[in-house]
Structures are given as structure tokens and as C-alpha cells.
Design a protein around this ligand. Structure first.
Ligand code: ADP
Ligand code: ZN
Length: 615
């Protein structure tokens, strides 16, 4: 069968996405490949399709048990025989699976890196034909990355033991130069065919908010998105506990995850989330590696994470099915201080010598600064992220809170002159809050204690609201008219450019959002995406489509229970949306729905047709 037929038959898709075909063709020509593609781009298809076309078995090396389980369930649901070999199997199950593998029942086998050099596995691998070794999450070989796994170093030894060298195909979503070079050299890829696809995730909406009451923002969002699945990331375990408890009290189906829970509870809660029994997860950043849930519709950050790498990775867990999804960062000035504390007290760095530790801390502070600027910028947020990762955006994406806010430009030269004057007069000794309170004329014990009420600029800007003053200070720091020290005190200092303002050599024109935050979208119809050829457009499901969607979702839950798999493994939200829009009546029409392959049709196509017919 050719690759297009395979794609349609097993996965139900009509066309390959960017980069997939090139990688598949290269693999089929016997070349090693390295695919660097963002989360959700569709890396798995790049090795699964050729695996079904090559003579011999494909071994997929994957770092996490949950990830393997998910992938294997997905393949079996699609009618591809696949198995995994890892420590979650009992010795009996392991031997049985290996026995089937020897008989050649599985074209695709997922295996944990720790297993590769065990006697039993080597004996199997040496007596069978291995066509390809696909290395998922290949950045785990690199010490530069965030997820270095020593067991990944076994991969290259293993490949070396094979009599005939299989094709080696490596995949990752980590794009930095060091990691890429490490993957190529450590895995000893031979002149690999390289494919890097853009890091933009167009289906994700990005928003930053600084609400007075973060909890209330989340609560009202959940209220209007009752049926959606999502993740709420918090900075600390304590906040996870608080937010989760409040949401549960308010009647939302939430669960929690952090490193302080027992293994058993973590596993249990994670499954509640994946199986949509508790579709809302409140977690620290310990949650998410290997979570493949495709129908996550929103990710909230209840506080600013430590850097943009983490932010984009965590927010990127939304919308893996390509459907519109929303990512909100709720920023609060305190977050910077919390993160600074984490940096100063990072246990991971204790073994480093003091010089290296200093460098690492400096790097982390710099990353934190860039993250903080993300919360302040008035430019396109998507653009900001893409530029951070070394890509060029379009300056305007139309799908982020800044692109969608209305801004006005105002001249603030006289006002910022007062702020900078205040910093100079107090001899650059205080942090932002003290400066803002001084020019605003706050009459507090602290201000009197610092004698800032004697500062010549005290109360000069009492008419300007505090949030506006804060925006101005942020603007000045962002544009280097002021600097904030990179330590726990965050003291405001003058810069080389401060004089330009004091001497009025440059007018200062600021872009200011008309409303401070974008009101969270109403629970208007579910948004779908209709793909016609290359064009993609957003559509809102109408009332009757929405009802059908709910019924189809109910049927999917029922089938998922029967099959003991997560609902999205049966069909993705995207596939259900397509069914609502096209309302297929026949087998042919059903097979034309993206995500419906022959095998799945045979299993449940008719039940879905019936359900649609009744609508
Ligand atoms: P990654 O591993 O790159 O994060 P996945 O392999 O999990 O991404 O794929 C993400 C989603 O995109 C899955 O639901 C997958 O079925 C879907 N997908 C992959 N390739 C295609 C394609 N050519 N057309 C439509 N959907 C696709
Ligand atoms: Zn934008």
C-alpha cells in the first residue's frame, strides 16, 4: 500500500502536513532523519507510516510509560498491531509480548531505553530484522536540554550491536542549536535528512491578564466552559491545593497533581483527567511530560512560569488536535519574586561549583526577565514568543490578547520624566513599588520611613492611576530607560538612556491598552475548524450542531468505556466537529471525515452514523 492510502486507511487523513512527507520519503530511501517539529505537529505519523511500509520491525524508543501506552492504544484502535515493552508489564506479560514480537505480529514496538541492552531484549533484537529505530523525544540524549535521560545514551550502543544497521529516525520539539547538534552526534546519525517546521501554533490563542482576583477569573471562565477539558498551572504545591479545593467547592470537576502527592494518587488523578472523568487539572509544572491528551481546550497559568521555554511547552499542551484552544497567563507582580526565590534556591544547582552556579543563575535570571517582558509587552504575543525562539513572526497575528486589544497612543514624556527624576533623587535605592507609591503620593508608614515623602517628586502624579504608573515603569524598563537589578531586591536604577528623558531629548509615546484586560470569551458556540484544501477557516457550531456534538461526545464516552481507552483515542474533538458539520449519511461520506479510517469505521462507524441520523 502506498503512503497516502495508509494515511487514509489507518489514520483517516487525506493529506500530509508540512514536513511529514519529506521525512517519510527520506526514511523509505534508507536515510537517517532528524525531525524538529513543535508539539502537535504530527511527529508520530512520520515514523508510523514508513514503519508499515518497510520490511522488518520498527522500534520506537520513548522516555515515558504513559506516552507509550497512549500511542500503542491509539495504533491498536486504528487497526495497527503494536505493543510496548516496559516496566509496567509483569515478567509474564513481558515474555508473552516478546513471544508475539518474535512471531512477527507487531510491525511497531515501543520500548523503554532501559530495556535495550538487557539480555532478553538483545536476544530478540539480534534474531529478527529491525528496519528502523525511531527515537521519540530525542532531546533526552542532550545534557543541554531540560530532560536529560542517561538511559538514552544506551540507544547508540544498542544500534551498534545490530548486524545490519537500521535507519535511525530522531524526533524532538526542542529547537536550540546545542540540542540539535547533540542529537546528531550522540545518536551518530549519518548525514540525516533534516526537517524543521515552524514553531507557530496557529490554533492557539495567547492572552495575558493581570486581574485583581485571579481565582475569580478562572472560576468565571470555567463557568462558561463547563464541558471543556483544561489545565491550570500554578507555581507552588500550596497554590495547587488552594485553587483545586476552591474549584471543587464551587462544583467543578477538578483534580490535582504535584510532586508532594503519593505515586498512587498522582497516577489516579492523571487518569481521571485523561479519561475525562475530571476534565480539569490543577497542577504544578511536574505535570504534563508525556501527556498526549489531544482535546485540552485551555491552559491557564495561575502565575508566571520561570521562562518562556517552560511557558510554551506547558501552554502548548492545549489544542494538540489542531482545534482552536486558549492559553492565558494570569500575571501578578509577586510572581517575579517567587521565581527569583526559586532561582536563588535551586536545589538542582547545589552540586555545581560556585562559578558555574553563578553562570547558571545569571542565565536563569535573564530568562525570567524575558518571561516578565512577555507579560508587559504591547506587541503581538505570538510574535514575541517566535522571536524568542529565533523565528520571525508577522507582527500581527490577530489571535492574541494584544492583537485583539484596542490601543491608544499617548504622549507621556512629562510623566515619565517625573518617575525617572524620583529614581535619581532617591539615589537609586528602592524598588518599583516604592517609586510608584512616592510619585502617587501614598501616605504610608513605609514611605515616611524611607523619607520618600520628602522626595521632590512626591505626589506629583497623584492623578494618574497606580496601574497606569506601573505600565509606565514597565515601559521604561522594557525600553531600557530604566533598569531593575537582577537580584532579589529588584532595585530601580538609571541607565545610559535615562538622560534622554530627563533632558527631554526624546518624546516618549506609549501604546496603552484601552481596556486593561480582554473579557474572557463567552461560552458562545464551540469553535470548529473546517479545512478545505489548504485554506483553514474557523466556524462556530450552530445550536443544533452543538447538540449533535454533545450526543456524539456521549457516544464516544460510552465506546471509550467499553474499550477501556481515553475518549480522544476513539475519535478526536476535531473529528466529531467535522461529523457535525458534514453530517455524513453513508459509509463513503463517513470515511471522508478527517480522522475516520477504514478500521475505525468497521468498529464504530455505524454507531456514529446512527447517532447522526437520529439528529
Ligand atoms: P507530536 O508528536 O508532533 O506532538 P502527534 O503525532 O501526537 O504530534 O500528532 C498530533 C495530532 O495531529 C494527532 O491527533 C494526529 O492524529 C494529528 N495528525 C497528524 N498528522 C496529521 C495529518 N496529516 N492530518 C491531520 N491530522 C494529523
Ligand atoms: Zn498577536
Amino acid at each position: 500500500m502506498d503512503k497516502h492510502k495508509l494515511l487514509k486507511q489507518y489514520f483517516g487523513y487525506d493529506a500530509f502536513r508540512e514536513g511529514q512527507e519529506f521525512l517519510i520519503d527520506s526514511i523509505l530511501e534508507g536515510r537517517d532523519v532528524l525531525g524538529i517539529m513543535p508539539t502537535g505537529a504530527g511527529k508520530s505519523i512520520c515514523y508510523q507510516v514508513p514503519a508499515l511500509m518497510m520490511e522488518g520491525i520498527t522500534l520506537v524508543i520513548s522516555p515515558l510509560i504513559s506516552l507509550m501506552k497512549d500511542q500503542v492504544e491509539g495504533l491498536n484502535q486504528a487497526g495497527v498491531h503494536a505493543a510496548y515493552l516496559n516496566s509496567s508489564l509483569t515478567p509474564g506479560q513481558y515474555r508473552k509480548a516478546l513471544g508475539y514480537a518474535r512471531e512477527g505480529r507487531y510491525p511497531i514496538i515501543y520500548v523503554a531505553p532501559e530495556r535495550l541492552l538487557t539480555e532478553e531484549f538483545l536476544d530478540f533484537a539480534l534474531h529478527t530484522s529491525i528496519a528502523m529505530v525511531a527515537v521519540d523525544e530525542a532531546h533526552c540524549v542532550s545534557q543541554w536540554g531540560q530532560d536529560f535521560r542517561p538511559s538514552y545514551l544506551k540507544i547508540v550502543d544498542f544500534i551498534g550491536r545490530m548486524k545490519a544497521r537500521p535507519v535511525v529516525a530522531a524526533f524532538t520539539a526542542t529547537a536550540t542549536k546545542e540540542v540539535k547538534e547533540d542529537i546528531i552526534s550522540i545518536l551518530m546519525l549519518r548525514e540525516p535528512a533534516l526537517m524543521t517546521t515552524g514553531f507557530d501554533r496557529q490554533n492557539l490563542y495567547f492572552g495575558v491578564m493581570t486581574p485583581k482576583n485571579r481565582y475569580e477569573t478562572i472560576r468565571s471562565y470555567l463557568e462558561s466552559h463547563r464541558k471543556d477539558s483544561g489545565i491550570i498551572y500554578c507555581l507552588t504545591r500550596k497554590v495547587v491545593e488552594e485553587v483545586c479545593e476552591k474549584l471543587a467547592d464551587d462544583g467543578f470537576p477538578v483534580t490535582r497533581y504535584h510532586a508532594g502527592l503519593s505515586d498512587a494518587e498522582r497516577k489516579h488523578n492523571q487518569e481521571d483527567f485523561i479519561y475525562d472523568r475530571k476534565p480539569v487539572m490543577v497542577a504544578t509544572n511536574a505535570f504534563g511530560m508525556g501527556i498526549d491528551k489531544s482535546n485540552v481546550r485551555f491552559v491557564f497559568h495561575y502565575g508566571m512560569p520561570k521562562n518562556l521555554e517552560s511557558y510554551y511547552q506547558e501552554a502548548g499542551r492545549a489544542g494538540r488536535d489542531g482545534q482552536p484552544a486558549e492559553c492565558f497567563l494570569l500575571y501578578n507582580g509577586q510572581d517575579v519574586i517567587t521565581n527569583q526565590y526559586f532561582i536563588e534556591n535551586n536545589q538542582d544547582n547545589q552540586e555545581l561549583d560556585s562559578l558555574t552556579r553563578g553562570l547558571v543563575m545569571e542565565r536563569d535570571r535573564e530568562r525570567l526577565r524575558k518571561m516578565t517582558f512577555y507579560c508587559f509587552t504591547n506587541e503581538c504575543l505570538r510574535d514575541y514568543i517566535l522571536r524568542y525562539f529565533g523565528e520571525y513572526g508577522k507582527n500581527y497575528c490577530g489571535n492574541c490578547s494584544n492583537c485583539l486589544s484596542q490601543f491608544e497612543t499617548v504622549e507621556v514624556t512629562q510623566q515619565v520624566k517625573i518617575i525617572i527624576g524620583c529614581v535619581r533623587e532617591c539615589r537609586q535605592r528602592y524598588g518599583t513599588n516604592v517609586i510608584i507609591e512616592t510619585v502617587h503620593g501614598a501616605d504610608t508608614a513605609k514611605i515616611r520611613g524611607y523619607r520618600m515623602n520628602k522626595n521632590p517628586f512626591y505626589g506629583e502624579l497623584s492623578e494618574v492611576p497606580v496601574y497606569r504608573l506601573r505600565q509606565m515603569v514597565n515601559y521604561l524598563v522594557l525600553n531600557e530607560y530604566l533598569a531593575v537589578t537582577n537580584d532579589e531586591y529588584a532595585i530601580v536604577k538609571l541607565t545610559d538612556k535615562s538622560g534622554l528623558i530627563l533632558n527631554e531629548e526624546e518624546p516618549v509615546i506609549m501604546k496603552i491598552a484601552k481596556e486593561q484586560t480582554r473579557p474572557v470569551k463567552e461560552a458562545a458556540g464551540r469553535k470548529g475548524r473546517r479545512e478545505s484544501g489548504k485554506k483553514t477557516m474557523d466556524v462556530e457550531l450552530s445550536g443544533s450542531d452543538e447538540l449533535l456534538f454533545e450526543r456524539l461526545r456521549g457516544l464516544r464516552t460510552e465506546i471509550a468505556k467499553e474499550e477501556k481507552v481515553p475518549p480522544y483515542v476513539v475519535f478526536s474533538d476535531k473529528t466529531l466537529t467535522h461529523m457535525c458539520l458534514s453530517r455524513p449519511k453513508t459509509k463513503e461520506q463517513m470515511l471522508a471525515v478527517a480522522g475516520v479510517g477504514e478500521y475505525k469505521y468497521e468498529k464504530y462507524g455505524e454507531r456514529f452514523l446512527d447517532c447522526i441520523g437520529r439528529g
